[in-house]
Design a protein around this ligand. Structure first.
Ligand SMILES: [Zn+2]
Length: 156
């Protein structure tokens, strides 16, 4: 189901985006939230392409659609990779500074941030509940850190 993307423009939005999300044990709830995230981000990107195509989302976290569980999706090649209950188990000491935007902060200039260049993540598959481990590099590592910040109530 397509949901509204919550932004910082209202008090209610700021409260939702500063909430710390909790781990989810119910895999059916996790699956439903993943589906809603995918539907919502696809709709956002289709509208964006229709307009000017300049801002395309590459990730979305549960509290950006008003669900307060530790779930996000990240663009992974041609699919959306679902991440449930992520834990960063390793990160490079090496960091890179770059400019980052967020669709919950529309009309805002990109913000200069410094992020680890590689991240090792443990998380659950929403279908099987199995534990997965994956190393993310480059832009993917940036998106993972950005989305985990969202789950901790932190915006760039
Ligand atoms: Zn964001």
């Amino acid at each position: 189901m397509i949901k509204s993307i919550i932004t910082m423009e209202t008090k209610q939005g700021r409260d939702a985006l500063s909430a710390v999300c909790i781990p989810v044990e119910d895999k059916y709830l996790a699956q439903e939230v993943v589906k809603n995230l995918v539907d919502t981000v696809n709709e956002f990107n289709q509208l964006s392409i229709k307009n000017d195509g300049k801002i395309l989302a590459v990730g979305l976290a549960a509290n950006q659609i008003g669900e307060f569980i530790r779930v996000f999706i990240i663009k992974w090649g041609t699919i959306w990779l679902p991440i449930v209950n992520p834990v960063i188990v390793g990160r490079s000491e090496k960091k890179k500074t770059h400019f980052e935007g967020c669709i919950s902060r529309p009309n805002m200039e990109r913000v200069r941030t410094s992020r680890s260049t590689t991240i090792t993540l443990e998380y659950q598959c929403p279908i099987t509940g199995d534990l997965q481990k994956k190393k993310f590099k480059g832009r993917d590592a940036v998106v993972v850190q950005h989305e985990i910040n969202h789950l901790d109530g932190i915006l760039i």
